[in-house]
Design a protein around this ligand. Structure first.
Ligand SMILES: [Zn+2]
Ligand SMILES: [Zn+2]
Length: 168
């Protein structure tokens, strides 16, 4: 995934719009120990402007990522939309602004985009807000099967308390 700044580098103030659809096949992203499968394509839309010796890039990234539900362990697709801003400069400057170096006319933004997607994903993904998860007794997916197991989830603090009461 490349941005070409050749046109806007000609003079200051030139703005260029772009709309990229990229089939990033085999782009593995690791997030919180999870290998993410990005469902192609990723779309990146935005603009770049050459201003005061910097190239200011604003983009909106849309991607779908295959995730595993943290409750029922079924896989599902999480959609993300991210608004990102990157600043590119020809050479490092001595200020505290965050920028990336772009020596030539073109810059590969694949890693930046993948990093932004990974950063936006939810830590504990859920296939749906009210996912019922797996039954702690029989292990069945309670979203599809209504098992008759008795839930024996007892708060460990309550358990300790009931032991104390039993001793009396
Ligand atoms: Zn689920
Ligand atoms: Zn059950």
């Amino acid at each position: 995934m490349e941005l070409n700044f050749a046109g806007i580098l000609k003079s200051e103030g030139i703005k260029e719009y772009f709309d990229i659809t990229d089939n990033l096949i085999d782009s593995a992203v690791v997030f919180g120990g999870e290998n993410l499968n990005i469902v192609s394509p990723i779309t990146v839309k935005g603009s770049a402007i050459n201003y005061e010796g910097k190239i200011n890039v604003d983009l909106t990234i849309n991607a779908k990522v295959e995730r595993t539900c943290s409750r029922c362990l079924e896989s599902f697709t999480e959609e993300v939309q991210i608004d990102s801003n990157y600043i590119f400069v020809k050479e490092a400057k001595d200020d505290k602004e965050d920028y990336y170096i772009c020596k030539g006319d073109k810059v590969d933004i694949t890693d930046l985009v993948l990093g932004d997607i990974a950063a936006r994903l939810t830590m504990k993904p859920l296939c749906k807000v009210n996912c019922k998860g797996l039954c702690p007794v029989c292990g069945k997916n309670k979203n599809s099967i209504n098992c008759q197991c008795k839930s024996e989830e007892v708060d460990p603090r309550m358990q300790a308390l009931s032991k104390l009461l039993d001793r009396k």
